[in-house]
Design a protein around this ligand. Structure first.
Ligand code: GLN
Length: 203
């Protein structure tokens, strides 16, 4: 366990936008480490699952022998933040997944992959996120999922209106945080700061 004021947060680095998350986490007061091997995972206080392609990240974590250690650390209470593909990886259930796609699970949610429609590459909006002070965050959704169903232990921190319904896009369940969008691309580090604070409190 590291210095409480500067926790060590790993970023799963098999595929996806690892560099941007590391930069945002460091701005938010954490030390960071790319995680590709079980020995690296064992040294971090917390983990970010970045955006990318959830089917590819799923396959590579299995190939690299990371699936079982990841599931076991999640079950042990390691704080994890999943963004976009990372939200899918944390979800207990997926809609529109690839037939042999698996998730790590832990978050009692059902996510729909590419929920905005396959033709909708990206969508941006200003979003008020509960627990993030100082006004709305710019939310950039890139072939993003949303939450279609959440269990009773899941707090919804932000939603959007889509297809006539309110769709959760930021959720938290204890030590697990997930956003449908990519805060690491905007230069606003408040969502990462919220996660760093969760990590400090969990330590
Ligand atoms: N559509 C991607 C998936 O299913 C997620 C996209 C992203 O992370 N930007 O994994």
């Amino acid at each position: 366990m590291s210095d409480l004021s500067r926790p060590v947060i790993g970023v799963l680095a098999v595929q996806g936008d690892v560099r941007e998350h590391r930069a945002a986490l460091e701005e938010a007061g954490a030390a960071t480490l790319p995680v590709r091997r079980p020995e690296e995972l064992a040294t971090v206080d917390a983990l970010v699952l970045p955006g990318g392609e959830s089917t590819t990240i799923d396959k590579l974590t299995r190939t690299f022998g990371l699936r079982a250690p990841l599931r076991s650390r999640i079950a042990d209470g390691m704080p994890v933040y999943g963004s976009c593909a990372g939200m899918i990886l944390l979800a207990d259930r997926i809609l529109d997944g690839h037939p042999d796609q698996q998730t790590l699970g832990g978050l009692d949610i059902t996510v729909r992959r590419n929920a905005f429609g396959r033709q909708v590459d990206s969508y941006e909006t200003d979003l008020q996120v509960r627990g993030v002070e100082g006004g709305p965050v710019r939310a950039v959704f890139i072939r993003a999922p949303w939450v279609e169903q959440a269990g009773p232990g899941v707090e919804v921190l932000a939603s959007i209106e889509a297809k006539g319904e309110s769709r959760p896009v930021v959720v938290r369940q204890g030590h697990l945080l997930a956003t449908s969008f990519h805060p690491e691309v905007t230069g606003d580090h408040r969502v990462h700061a919220l996660f760093v604070e969760m990590v400090r409190r969990a330590a």
